[in-house]
Design a protein around this ligand. Structure first.
Ligand code: HEC
Ligand code: HEC
Ligand code: HEC
Ligand code: HEC
Length: 110
């Protein structure tokens, strides 16, 4: 019973809080570039943003001259250039190194 009430409270918080939470956690590089919510979110209420949306502005594979000796994450032997951006780059939470589910590469995802 107690658990149920707690769960309901958490769901309420999530619904009320999610928009403000997202707004506070937009990535600095996108904030600095002057992006607005609807630069990525074509619809309100907000839905997850697909790779199609990212590549409207970004071209991939985007090879950097210095990949710090690690392999190209944007064009790997397994997935080529087809891996969805959101596997690594999260907009509203810490990004993650998807490759390190299996490897031990030393690179940081912006
Ligand atoms: C650069 C693109 C981008 C911008 C700009 C952006 N978002 Fe997002 N948003 C995403 C992506 C990608 C997701 C999917 C989850 C993730 O990666 O964090 C998402 C998820 C969300 C969600 C959760 C939707 C769901 O069903 O999963 C909300 C709410 C949201 N964004 C609100 C906002 C608000 C508010 C702003 C403006 C302050 C904003 N976003 C700006 C890319 C963006
Ligand atoms: C409306 C155009 C636009 C959209 C849509 C967009 N971006 Fe960006 N993004 C930019 C601009 C402008 C910058 C800053 C200049 C640059 O580094 O290219 C940037 C910067 C970045 C950077 C940091 C680059 C660095 O040097 O650190 C990453 C990573 C990135 N975007 C990923 C994404 C992902 C993933 C999505 C889809 C969820 C996305 N972007 C959607 C315009 C966009
Ligand atoms: C497997 C993880 C991974 C995936 C998937 C991924 N990226 Fe990246 N991305 C990175 C890493 C790591 C960097 C930092 C580059 C480095 O290590 O030098 C980066 C850098 C970037 C940059 C900055 C410019 C550059 O080349 O350094 C942009 C823009 C970017 N990614 C966009 C995207 C977009 C758009 C997608 C989806 C089409 C995507 N990324 C998919 C890991 C990933
Ligand atoms: C599900 C597990 C898994 C994931 C996720 C994964 N790898 Fe691998 N990768 C492997 C395995 C297994 C091998 C083969 C290991 C060996 O033979 O030493 C390998 C081998 C490689 C090799 C060397 C083989 C070659 O053809 O050159 C590279 C480079 C590589 N992975 C890059 C990546 C990158 C970049 C990512 C992220 C985009 C990634 N991997 C994600 C499992 C994975």
């Amino acid at each position: 019973m107690c658990k149920l009430i707690l769960k309901a409270a958490l769901v309420m918080t999530a619904i009320v809080g999610i928009q403000a939470f997202a707004a506070n956690t937009m990535k600095p590089h996108h904030q600095a570039a002057g992006l607005k919510c609807n630069s990525c979110h074509a619809t309100t209420p907000f839905q997850a943003v697909s790779t199609d949306q990212c590549v409207q502005c970004h071209q991939l594979p985007q090879k950097k001259t210095d990949y710090h000796g690690a392999p190209d994450k944007h064009d790997s032997p397994h997935y080529g250039p087809t891996l969805d951006c959101d596997n690594c780059h999260h907009e509203h939470e810490a990004s993650e190194n998807y490759c390190n589910n299996c490897h031990d590469f030393d690179f940081k995802v912006p």
